[in-house]
Write a protein of this length. Structure first.
Length: 194
């Protein structure tokens, strides 16, 4: 019975620490950065109102403000005014979970930077998080896109790796409490353009 319990618990324990910020930073630093010129980036089309998921570990890496980051490059649909980003926590346990804090670089039609946006929440009050129907924790934010925006680059700030972020955790049984998650560079994120 003891061996069976160990066999069942060990995979859960290992999956909860598989994405440590330290190992993510080592992986990130070992990757070759591309696309120093923004005009050389290939931007993919995405349909409006369609939630698309990306694994940041499988995305190309570029230098942003002297720090490497995986990124997602999307051509903005014509009538989109907002970009929603869903950052899913890594790990099976809230105590050891990690989270990506998304940022957005907005480019015009000539691929010149218009704006650099960060989520609007103040960390000291806790990032608002939600549990989906399967019990997975995620953080959702929304960016307002300027009219002249044509290209979007979503990325993370790897200088934040291993820093703690306070979250306002809403449990499934009601109520909320403040918890701390560690920020990292790799996770699954969803993007929806509205």
């Amino acid at each position: 019975m003891k061996k069976l319990a160990t066999a069942l618990i060990l995979p859960l324990f290992l999956s909860s620490c598989a994405n440590s910020p330290e190992s993510d930073l080592v992986k990130l630093n070992n990757r070759t950065a591309c696309c120093s010129d923004l005009k050389s980036i290939t931007f993919v089309a995405q349909q409006p109102k369609q939630l698309t998921y990306f694994d940041l570990e499988k995305q190309p890496v570029r230098l942003f403000n002297e720090a490497k980051s995986p990124f997602i490059a999307i051509k903005k649909p014509h009538n989109s005014r907002f970009a929603q980003v869903f950052s899913h926590a890594n790990g099976a346990f809230i105590q050891t979970a990690t989270l990506v804090y998304p940022q957005l670089l907005i480019l015009d039609k000539s691929k010149q930077v218009i704006k650099h946006l960060k989520p609007y929440e103040a960390w000291e009050y806790g990032l608002p998080t939600t549990l989906d129907l399967d019990g997975n924790l995620y953080y959702k934010t929304q960016f307002t896109l300027p009219e002249e925006a044509k290209y979007l680059i979503f990325y993370t700030d790897s200088s934040l790796n291993n820093k703690k972020a306070t979250i306002n955790w809403r449990s499934q049984v009601g109520g909320s409490e403040y918890r701390h998650l560690t920020l990292t560079s790799f996770a699954k994120i969803g993007i929806k353009l509205l």
